[in-house]
Design a protein around this ligand. Sequence first.
Ligand SMILES: Nc1nc2c(c(=O)[nH]1)N[C@H]1C(S)=C(S)[C@@H](COP(=O)(O)OP(=O)(O)OC[C@H]3O[C@@H](n4cnc5c(=O)[nH]c(N)nc54)[C@H](O)[C@@H]3O)O[C@H]1N2
Ligand SMILES: Nc1nc2c(c(=O)[nH]1)N[C@H]1C(S)=C(S)[C@@H](COP(=O)(O)OP(=O)(O)OC[C@H]3O[C@@H](n4cnc5c(=O)[nH]c(N)nc54)[C@H](O)[C@@H]3O)O[C@H]1N2
Ligand SMILES: [Mo]
Length: 765
Amino acid sequence: MKFKSAIKPYQAAAGGWGSLEATTRFVIDSKHALKNLRNLMRMNKAKGFDCPGCAWGDDNKSTFSFCENGAKAVTWEATRRFIDSDFFARHSVSKLYQQSDYFLEYQGRLTEPLSYNPQTDRYEPISWANALSMIAQHIKAMDNPNQLELYTSGRASNEASYLYQLFGRMLGTNNFPDCSNMCHEASGSGLKRSIGVGKGTIRLDDFDKADAIFVFGQNPGTNHPRMLHSLRHAAENGAQIITFNTLRERGLERFADPQKPLEVITPLAGTISTNYYQPNLGGDMAAVRGMAKALLEVHRHLITEGEEGVFDLAFIEANTHGVEAWFTAIDETSWEKITQQSGLSELQIRDAAAIWQHSKRVIFTWAMGITQHKHSLNTVREIVNLQLLGGHLGRPGAGLCPVRGHSNVQGNRTMGIDEKPPVSLLDSLAKHFDFEPPRVHGHNTVEALAAMLRDEIKVLIALGGNLAAAAPDSPRTEEAISRCGLTVFISTKLNRSHLVPGKASLILPTLGRTEEDMQVSGRQFVTVEDSFSMVHASEGIGKPIADTQRSETAIVAGIADAVLGRCKLDWLELADDYNLIRDHIAATLPGFKNFNQRCEEPGGFYLGNAAAELRFNTPSGKAEFSNATLPDSLWQGVEAPFTLQTLRSHDQYNTTIYGLDDRYRGVYGQREVLFIHPDDMGELGLNDSDKVDIETLWHDGITRKVSGFKLVAYDIPRGNLAAYYPETNPLVPLGSVGDGTGTPTSKSVPVKITRSEAADTRRIA
Ligand SMILES: Nc1nc2c(c(=O)[nH]1)N[C@H]1C(S)=C(S)[C@@H](COP(=O)(O)OP(=O)(O)OC[C@H]3O[C@@H](n4cnc5c(=O)[nH]c(N)nc54)[C@H](O)[C@@H]3O)O[C@H]1N2
Ligand SMILES: Nc1nc2c(c(=O)[nH]1)N[C@H]1C(S)=C(S)[C@@H](COP(=O)(O)OP(=O)(O)OC[C@H]3O[C@@H](n4cnc5c(=O)[nH]c(N)nc54)[C@H](O)[C@@H]3O)O[C@H]1N2
Ligand SMILES: [Mo]
């Protein structure tokens, strides 16, 4: 594959011509173009599979419910390329480790179980039976169940995740680190504390009814392209869209709907954002505090004039607790602090506040720009606070919308993939299955890695994902994984995690979401939950590439059977017929009554959200205002000239790299770039395209550095930088996590930059 390497600004609207062209190019390029197209057309329809891309809901308004990046996700999975044992005979693990993430996944699908042989440094074929008994042997040899870590990535179905958590708990551990720990943990924890439910409160059609939508720290043009359709419809219905994003993102400026051909061919591309604010990285809590301060001033003024204030006092009185303490915190926060920390002017913040004030129905959405900081939990709660002031909860067209990442990450949590499980879940499992689940909390992702580094973990099982590349502080993460006695990776494709094996290691090849899943009782479907708490069926249609691949559900059941036997549960029978798993889910989890029947409902069913009905499962029984102070420093106490955020390009899905272009940001054929304000570049005596080293400033004496990154002048506030993940993961210290969330601070890394001396090297540390 040849790449042209260039930087050129993207002039067109997001989602228009360029998007159509890129979709077709990608589909035609892949080996089975026709099959792929058929897949695409069935995607997200009642009888088809759920898009394995993002967790946005389906609006059923478009002819084809797919977007450019969903198309990439499907064709990437549906490739007919595959890796055979010959490949591993030719390539040692150490040699493969030198290859790029793009190369590894490009080799195609994994088809047979493999076992690592440390003598030859190669993966070799192993039978399923031997692989499962090897896992059982290692787990039975552990001193206690907490020497096992059960990692989950958010593509796993409800059925597979439910069995997985049940297996772990029957064995005796709550060690369920997952991708969510690195992602929306702050949203889950923050919402739970504030309103008693760790999920968003709105439904998809609320977008059509909103007067204003505030989009914080999110790049939907790339990561949730179907959200652009919702924003577009909302804008057509008169909603104002107010964006807070450190970078100028093309997808949030203009958008042409590729499913409306006229718009594609005329320059009538719709404007997305009414107002676009560019706060400092981590500056959103200050910005929201500023909006509240401005509104409080107006409110008090109106009240003294004998007029109605701007807050929904009846709502506050009836449904909330603690507003006075928050008002005190607001009064104690100076405008100077607010403007310095947010990087926005008082005028800008007052303008944004005025839009909120004059909108009857307001939605706030957010993603990683909010959740991957040290003070993310407080930022999420500050966002909730403001919405509570306006009574924007339980009202059509208003509410809170954390936009989830992986397509079933929300469903995983609902199923009990949770290292801090609610007591009600454990009680329910205990009663139904007649066993005593562990009550002590388990490890999140960073805690799991730290435990591995302390040699406390004997076995790691990973249900999907790519822990080695997704987790922070790459050299330490890789070291941690390789210290385990046994690592087991349930995967579709080769990735970096497989190349840092434990002392023993297995790769178990699994079917993807798009593929037909035949079991003893016939063809199976699974279920997933989107960002709007809609649960629906997903049934793969593609023919599996090899009959040696197994479904995730069957693999998990096989492991549980090998380790625990059948005294409590016939695991294999459950894998023969997923309806039986859904019956257990219905019997143990709230909201899933008559689960199997309700799977028939077209478009799925709504799980409900107590907070949206103004029922609050909090200590006070009401929605709780938080009253945190703004952090003293956004650099976590370290004096640094720059803050770096690590983010996604347009051609990647997390650690999966589809290509080397980032079209909307005008970057082509390369990924090792650093976005920087032109004046910052000038001050350092550097120029566009100069190469630099980026080094983390942290207080543990460890050098964290990557080199050879090309500077790209960009519309970004001074002192702020941006570069792609996972190439910059070596810069994020393992110990740098969000307060109360444990999430790596991937969007605020204190760094310095210097002109590169070294030639291009992929990683130094
Ligand atoms: N195609 C594709 N789709 C995906 C993914 C993918 O990799 N590729 N990943 C999936 C997953 S798991 C997730 S979690 C989501 C991620 O979806 P996003 O959260 O959109 O992902 P990021 O690329 O990390 O983008 C963060 C955005 O927030 C902005 N930002 C960063 N820090 C700040 C800040 O402090 N304040 C403000 N106001 N803005 C900030 C950045 O400029 C950027 O626009 O997407 C999901 N969907
Ligand atoms: N620096 C930095 N680090 C980050 C982030 C960041 O913004 N910056 N974002 C964080 C976020 S939001 C997330 S969610 C995590 C993502 O962390 P993960 O979820 O662990 O990573 P992915 O890259 O999504 O996993 C890709 C791998 O999943 C496997 N796979 C794909 N489909 C399937 C399937 O259907 N079944 C199975 N079993 N396996 C499958 C493939 O082998 C593929 O290699 O990364 C986090 N890490
Ligand atoms: Mo994520």
